[in-house]
Design a protein around this ligand. Structure first.
Ligand SMILES: [Mg+2]
Length: 354
């Protein structure tokens, strides 16, 4: 046994996507991530991954990589059993790099639990060994999006997330997808593209058409908390905060002011430390939980799967980013069957490590 951190290695990896993925904020055809190997003095390895998004979080890839390379070295010699103290230090150091925070905090927990023959899934509570994810249709021409949605349903998914960027586009594409896929249940995500009154118009019209919208996600600009509340008070569908929610302080204000019904937590926005705090604020305030992702590989998404499945409080799981990758990391903490993800135990995971 040995709980002290001996070495931390940082590596940049790029994975190609199956097709270009577009949202209201931009498009991507590949995903570059920063992976961490944290090695304890007994040789046990913990893994982690940062998937920075410049357009969403303002995290520039080179800055995240440099910060991780240099600042993570300050943790050499630290004991991972003191993870809470280490998390607080990571919060202070990586305030403007939430994806780096997630990678380093997860690698610490991965190594700590591995030393005991467990996984972070069990550390978080081991609530649900199997969870169900949705899959997303990115913005494209309407016919392509309808075909993509039909294929997603054909793959076995029971919930589809639909990206939209204007009132007219939403009112065209969402009912067509609903018609073509049996009105199964949709999360409509505007990524901040609408004005508050436009968002209400979209919600009311989709409702009058009988479209089964489960959640209207981040309809307005991220700093427009009053706008979110305006939409929430008028929308027939639950309203979610995504880009408006990074830290526990955001969560507290959104809850206190009654801005939304749903929190979309992403570890790449919050790390594990703020992620855990946001979960408790949501539970106290009666806010429904969703978990989402950026461009993580199957290594990176394992962080969110362990977190969400281990805690078990999440109603909506949008953990589809590795399903959009044409190339992927060999390591993963789960196996996928249709829309079902089953968490692997430590022994099964170790076989997948290089
Ligand atoms: Mg979103």
């Amino acid at each position: 046994m040995g709980f002290e951190i001996r070495r931390i290695e940082i590596e940049r990896k790029t994975y190609k996507l199956v097709k270009t993925f577009r949202i209201s904020l931009g498009a991507m055809s590949e995903s570059t991530v920063i992976q961490i190997r944290l090695i304890l003095n007994g040789g046990t390895v913990g893994l982690g991954e940062a998937s920075p998004s410049f357009k969403i979080s303002g995290e520039y890839l080179n800055s995240v990589e440099t910060a991780l390379r240099e600042l993570s070295q300050e943790f050499i010699g630290e004991d991972v059993r003191n993870y809470r103290v280490l998390f607080d230090r990571i919060d202070e150091m990586f305030r403007t790099f939430p994806s780096a925070k997630s990678a380093l905090q997860y690698a610490i927990l991965d190594a700590l639990t591995a030393e005991y023959g467990l996984t972070p899934f069990e550390f978080f509570g081991g609530a649900k060994r199997k969870i169900v994810s949705d899959k997303t249709v990115g913005i494209d021409d309407v016919n392509t999006m309808v075909e993509d949605a039909k294929n997603i349903k054909g793959e076995g998914f029971r919930t589809i997330k639909i990206k939209i960027d204007s009132v007219d586009f939403a009112l065209d594409v969402v009912p067509k997808i609903a018609d073509a896929t049996g009105n199964i249940g949709y999360i409509v995500d505007a990524n901040q593209a609408l004005k508050p009154k436009e968002a209400v118009e979209v919600a009311e019209k989709l409702h009058s058409l009988g479209v089964n919208v489960l959640v209207l996600e981040q309809p307005v600009f991220k700093h427009d908390y009053d706008g979110l509340r305006f939409v929430r008070e008028r929308s027939p569908f639950p309203v979610a905060a995504d880009e408006s929610l990074y830290t526990r302080y955001d969560a507290f204000k959104l809850a206190r002011d009654g801005c939304v019904d749903v929190f979309n937590i992403k570890l790449m926005k919050s790390g594990l430390s703020d992620g855990m705090a946001i979960v408790e604020i949501a539970r106290s305030a009666g806010i429904t939980l969703m978990i989402g992702c950026m461009g993580e590989s199957s290594l990176g998404i394992t962080q969110s799967i362990d977190f969400a499945a281990g805690l078990g409080y999440f109603t909506y799981l949008d953990l589809d980013c590795p399903f959009l990758h044409a190339e992927d990391s060999k390591y993963r903490g789960y196996i996928r069957d249709g829309d079902e993800l089953t968490v692997l135990d430590r022994e099964e995971r170790e076989k997948l490590k290089d």
